[in-house]
Design a binder for this molecule. Sequence first.
Ligand SMILES: Cc1cc2nc3c(=O)[nH]c(=O)nc-3n(C[C@H](O)[C@H](O)[C@H](O)COP(=O)(O)O)c2cc1C
Length: 188
Amino acid sequence: MAQKGSMLIDYSLEKSFELFEPGPVLLLTTKQGEKSNVMTLSWHALIDFTPIIAVVLSNGDYSFNTLRKTKECVLAIPNAELMQTAVSIGNCSGRETDKFATFNLTAAKSQRVKPPLIAEALYNVECAVIDVSLADRYGMFVLEGLKAWENEKIADRRTFHAHGNGIFTLDGEEINLKNLMTKWPQFV
Ligand SMILES: Cc1cc2nc3c(=O)[nH]c(=O)nc-3n(C[C@H](O)[C@H](O)[C@H](O)COP(=O)(O)O)c2cc1C
């Protein structure tokens, strides 16, 4: 099914965990009342071969309290063309900035949660917070993906990766070593 008026189509929820494995910089959207917000996030980890993902948010982020309260977010995977935008999004706060308007992001309607999808991203995964037990101590939220979307019209499929302090790398050459992956034949 395609989103009306947008380029977003269904993407396999079962396969969506693989999108996070290379550690791309993410955009995390939240919504409280009528106010949508987005932050940049590079601290994330897969927990299993399922779309269960841990994210870490500083409690100084406006998004922290929104996520703690609403228990919903969208993880969007931006491509190389959005790299500068993502860095700028991560250098201002939803407390004083309408980031969707400021950065010309198209908020598309989610199916399972209230926070919006980002139509310009390669992929979006709608998520519910399923565990906040480490949120106060470590800022960690455990998320479960509920619905995944792809924008297959975006030509540049490269994602980017944060090395800290404003240094990034872009996806490079893909190397296929499936022949060495003998322990998990069911996944290869
Ligand atoms: C490349 C990049 C990666 C970031 N990763 C994280 C992260 O993983 N966790 C976090 O709490 N903040 C991270 N930030 C910082 C937040 O995006 C930033 O504090 C932002 O202003 C929070 O927005 P908010 O106040 O609207 O929630 C990152 C920033 C950049 C530029």
